[in-house]
Design a protein around this ligand. Structure first.
Ligand code: ADP
Length: 600
């Protein structure tokens, strides 16, 4: 019962006016169906047999015609004006609920297959599901009305016809179950294949793959996969097609041949031979027996339909009720805009599904004014550390303190505002340069000026000043032919400009410079340091540039802080950092020597 009521409550909540009109239109439509299928025969034929005058019968028919015309005007308005608007409103409302929730969902969810299977797939169904649910309600009302009104008339004509109409219900109990099972397996098998097809289609549409497609042999590989997928569809159809055809055939045989012909033969007998029923009754039987029988039959399908809706709504509501592990439950403080220290103590973190921790007993101390480098080879856990500090992930053990208080005691939103961050995998959006820089709405004149200043700091103004719309130029040409396509290095400089557009207590710079040439990288880093003399700046890198600029270095290896100290102290240790340093210096040297040779 709960499964049935849950969707009703949700739909009432989201779509009350639509539901009301939907029911209203369906009920009136059902009444007209009844009038045209049953009542009109009774008026005309019974009236004629009882000696009623032509004009009296016409008068009743014309009244029905006028009422139907008025109803059609309303129905057309409902279907062509009201429904599309209401669909949009419902869609907008539901999507915003989801967007709101997605913003706060724990990041670890994205690494959990259940999250995709359960939530993301359910989200995809939003458009179709509301309509499907309303259609189910329509069918339910229609069927209920058809069964209660038409079958009542059939029953009063002769109960035997009602019994005939019920036959498919019993038979379908057996056929329907087998048919349902077959359809379900067919659906599951095609779904899995459908996802693979979707992946290939996405690759062909997406610009990211366009270059690879033209320069490598991947096109043929994709086409081969595509052919395999389509062949797999053929196999699935062959496997299930015959059985499904047989079930459908039995269904139609039962309804259209046995029920219909059986009822008509009995009706003719009862009219002509035994004279138990009137001609109008026989016509009503012939006209309605199949549809009543279908209505009774589809009632048994409706249970399955509503269960499916209930499963979806269950998914949807558990998504909306999902409580983030990282929340403001213990929050009582707002950090000072001039926070002083950040201490990471014995931090251990394991990604969901991983067997070994990515961070092991990490200890780091960051104070205002310090310039710190967190160095180490790829995969040593540097970015993960930054993400745990930002409270994107909850550590397994250990703690992080800001100004001596555990970070869970601060309101998340305010805590994060304290950090200026540029990630290795930063994102730009197909909006204006200004939007991409400030990442906010309602931009004030002051902030606009600050944005220009920030772009100057990363030398991006040299690029932007040549654009006709300056900082109001859109990125990419996807939505605007006058948009600008930036190079990799320029995109990184734009991302780094974000650090200059606002004041922060701590700056975390996680290698957003890989596409910049070493001179530009060095200049950008220098500017960040010069501008933030009294702030804490943390460079996360596997390259040497930041090591030269930092006054304290943490060297990470396999998730642990292997060594820590100043550059000279670490070199004196002659450990992992020294090896890392010499190896890179040697590589840079080789590259430089190579360049020199080449230039000669
Ligand atoms: P670094 O920044 O030092 O290059 P990362 O912190 O990005 O290293 O990654 C450290 C390790 O954690 C890597 O072995 C990587 O495969 C693993 N890792 C990163 N993100 C995830 C994730 N979302 N799920 C599982 N493992 C991850």
């Amino acid at each position: 019962m709960r499964k049935f009521l849950l969707p009703v409550t949700y739909t009432l909540y989201f779509t009350l006016p639509r539901l009301f009109l939907n029911v209203f239109v369906t009920v009136i439509q059902s009444i007209f169906n009844f009038i045209f299928d049953v009542y009109i025969f009774l008026i005309v034929l019974d009236g004629w047999q009882n000696g009623e005058g032509f004009f009296s019968i016409c008068y009743k028919v014309i009244l029905i015609g006028i009422a139907h015309t008025v109803f059609l005007v309303m129905k057309n308005w409902y279907e062509n004006c009201y429904v599309p608007q209401s669909d949009l409103n419902i869609n907008q409302y539901m999507r915003k609920l989801i967007f709101e929730k997605m913003k706060d969902i724990d990041l670890y969810c994205y690494d959990t297959p259940d999250f995709y299977n359960g939530y993301i797939l359910a989200m995809k169904e939003i458009d179709g599901r509301t309509n499907a649910y309303l259609n189910s309600i329509n069918s339910f009302i229609n069927n209920l009305f058809a069964i209660s009104s038409t079958s009542f008339v059939i029953f009063t004509i002769d109960p035997i016809f009602f019994v005939i109409a019920l036959i498919p219900l019993f038979v379908s109990f057996f056929i329907g179950r087998a048919q349902g099972r077959e359809r379900y397996v067919y659906h599951i098998e095609t779904q899995a294949n459908e996802r693979k097809k979707d992946y290939i289609r996405r690759i062909f549409y997406s610009k990211e793959y366009a270059e690879e497609m033209r320069t490598s042999g991947i096109f043929n590989v994709l086409i081969k996969h595509f052919d395999n997928i389509m062949n797999q569809f053929q196999v699935i159809i062959k496997r299930h097609g015959h059985k499904m055809a047989l079930y459908e055939y039995l269904d139609y045989m039962l309804m259209d041949v046995i029920v219909y012909l059986g009822a008509v033969v009995i009706a003719v007998y009862k009219t002509v031979i035994s004279k138990d029923i009137a001609v109008s009754g026989a016509l009503v039987i012939a006209n309605t027996i199949s549809s009543v029988s279908w209505s009774i039959r589809s009632f048994s399908d409706m249970y399955v339909e509503f269960q499916e809706h209930a499963m979806y709504i269950d998914n949807f509501s558990s998504f909306l009720n999902y409580k983030s592990r990282i929340n403001d439950e213990h929050a009582k403080w707002t950090p000072s805009s001039k926070s002083d220290s950040l201490a990471v103590q014995n931090l251990t973190y394991t990604y969901p599904g991983n067997e070994t921790p990515t961070l092991k007993n990490v200890c780091i101390d960051i104070r205002q004014g310090q310039k710190i480098a967190i160095l180490g080879p790829n995969g040593s856990g540097k970015s993960t550390l930054m993400k745990v500090i930002m409270r994107y992930y909850e550590p397994d053990s250990g703690k992080i303190e800001l100004d001596g208080k555990e970070i869970s005691e601060y309101y998340i939103k305010d805590y994060r505002k304290n950090f200026g961050t540029v990630f290795q995998d930063y994102r730009l959006f197909a909006f204006t340069i200004l939007d991409n820089l400030l990442l906010k709405d309602n931009i004030a004149e002051e902030e606009r000026k600050r944005a220009l200043y920030a772009l100057n700091m990363t030398e991006m103004m040299n690029v932007i000043e040549h654009l006709p719309r300056g900082i109001d130029t859109k990125l990419t040409k996807e939505f605007d032919a006058e948009g600008v396509v930036l190079s990799g290095g320029e995109m990184q400089r734009l991302a780094v400009s974000r650090l200059f557009a606002k004041e922060y207590s701590f700056l975390f710079v996680d290698e957003p410079t890989s596409a910049m040439d070493p001179v530009t990288e060095y200049n950008v880093f220098k500017k960040i340091l010069d501008y933030n003399k009294d702030k804490a700046v943390v460079f996360i890198s596997h390259r040497l540039t930041s090591a030269v600029l930092a006054d304290y270095i943490y060297y990470m290896d396999k998730g642990e802080i292997a060594e820590a100290g100043t550059h000279d102290e670490l070199l004196a240790l002659n450990g992992k950092y020294t090896a890392f340093w010499h190896k890179q210096a040697q590589l840079y040297g080789e590259v430089d020597r190579g360049n020199e040779k080449h230039n000669k």
